[in-house]
Design a protein around this ligand. Structure first.
Ligand SMILES: Nc1ncnc2c1ncn2[C@@H]1O[C@H](COP(=O)(O)OP(=O)(O)OP(=O)(O)O)[C@@H](O)[C@H]1O
Length: 430
């Protein structure tokens, strides 16, 4: 496969001044005033044709600076950059001239990219239609909302059919309908085998869209690798990072800027590091939408499987484990932490409700005709035994088990003439 982006030892240095006087004095006596600040330090990475790379990292880690350098909008201070093809950046503030109208911006951008008059004539209506800006297209860009600017930027960038598309948080502004349209366009580009860089604060978007990730930390590359390998480590980092005190964060940042990338675990008090605390719980859980993993053991992030086969099903949870301060729950097909056990999942990937047994008394109830019958209480699509109870309205339902899930009672019983006992929500019984 062809190499399309080669970033070698790239540095980006800014001068930070305490006041305007310092800034002016630095012009007269360069090197004597202001403090050097490295937004990027010795950054290396390569992208091949068809790669979809997510840039991740906390605020100020250098994601936008690097994407701007790759797009040719900001020059690097030193290092070597080779781009094979045309790169186009989509970002909220990307290169739009505020005093020009949307239409003039389109023309200017296309001219700068080397398109001739005829090509511009052909592309312009297509871009205008895509941007959905209606009469605003002839208004100055300074009157646009950030969502509208993003739409215009996205419309220009995707319609010029670039070889490399760089998307910087473009999906986080604007309305949902346009975000979906943009996502579809990006998926179309993905299918065409274009190279894409995706800068986002949404881990889920990165997980769903990218194959590789470059993790930046205070201007340095912390890790570069597959989504499967890096994202769980990043999530673990974020979990601990968010818990650090202001002074610990400052210290971490200082260590990171002065020397090698530090280890977040060095900042966690000894007692909670690698500590596993188990407790008995009684819950039911559904796996949330989006990508997530189930672990054999929370302390081994490599031994894990994707949870797509576990969705739309409800599981019994009888054990909780806190590992490194992070809560995990043990999913089981049976109400037990010994039998039917599937594995551990992180709390944030689950929808959970408390689950209690009420009694095993026999109760004579009748179907109202609404709802569905399940093989487990609080069942999902895959737990459905009878999809529609309408024709069974008024039928007898003899229950011999009552459980509570959240605020709802669930009854296990037999519908007249049916062999298998089923679970029905109290709302559909009388
Ligand atoms: N023109 C500039 N002058 C001085 N410092 C700058 C300039 N542009 C960026 N920086 C600094 O460089 C660092 C990296 O910024 P950058 O915007 O690339 O980070 P980021 O990872 O994209 O952050 P965020 O997630 O907040 O968008 C930050 O500390 C920022 O303050």
């Amino acid at each position: 496969m062809e190499k399309v982006i080669s970033v070698r030892n790239i540095n980006k240095k800014y001068k930070l001044y305490r006041n305007n006087k310092e800034r002016i004095m630095d012009l007269v006596f360069p090197k004597s005033y202001g403090e050097d600040f490295f937004a990027l330090k010795d950054v290396n990475f390569e992208a091949f044709e068809g790669d979809i790379i997510g840039f991740i990292g906390t605020n100020g880690s250098g994601k936008s600076t690097l994407s701007n350098i790759i797009a040719g909008i900001v020059p690097e201070s030193s290092g070597y950059l080779e781009i094979n093809g045309q790169a186009s950046l989509i970002a909220v503030a990307s290169g739009l001239k505020n005093d020009l109208s949307g239409r003039e911006n389109i023309e200017l951008k296309l001219l700068m990219l080397g398109f001739d008059r005829d090509q511009i004539k052909e592309l312009e209506p297509q871009i205008i239609e895509y941007a959905e800006l209606e009469t605003f297209i002839d208004q100055p860009v300074k009157s646009y909302s950030s969502g509208m600017k993003s739409r215009l930027g996205f419309a220009i960038s995707v319609n010029i059919d670039p070889d490399i598309l760089i998307i910087d948080e473009a999906l986080s502004v604007g309305d949902k309908a346009f975000a979906n349209k943009s996502l579809n366009k990006m998926l179309e580009f993905k299918e065409k085998g274009k190279t894409m860089i995706f800068v986002s604060h949404s881990i889920n978007q990165v997980k769903n869209f990218c194959e590789k990730v470059l993790w930046l930390e205070f201007g340095k590359v912390k890790k570069f690798g597959s989504v499967e390998d890096i994202i769980p480590q990043y999530e673990d980092f974020l979990y601990h990072w968010e818990k650090l005190s202001k002074s610990d964060r400052k210290q971490y940042r200082k260590l990171s800027i002065d020397g090698d990338v530090p280890n977040i675990y060095d900042f966690i008090p000894e007692t909670s590091l690698n500590e596993k605390k188990e407790s008995i719980v009684s819950l039911l859980g559904h796996v949330k939408a989006g990508e997530s993993y189930i672990y054999k053991d929370p302390s081994d992030y490599k031994e894990r499987e994707n949870t797509s086969a576990l969705k739309n099903n409800v599981y019994y949870i009888k054990k909780k484990m806190t590992y490194n301060g992070n809560p995990y729950y043990l999913l089981s097909k049976q109400p037990s932490y010994m039998n039917g056990v599937i594995g551990w999942m992180q709390k944030r990937d689950l929808s959970l409700l408390p689950h209690y047994s009420i009694d095993n008394d026999q109760k004579q109830l009748y179907l109202t005709g609404g709802g569905k019958a399940f093989n487990r209480p609080w069942g999902g699509k895959k737990n459905i035994v009878i999809d529609d109870l309408t024709i069974l309205e008024g039928e007898s339902f003899i229950s011999n088990k009552t459980e509570k899930v959240g605020n709802n009672l669930w009854y296990l019983g037999r519908i007249e003439n049916q062999l298998e006992p089923v679970w029905i929500n109290h709302k559909h019984l009388k």
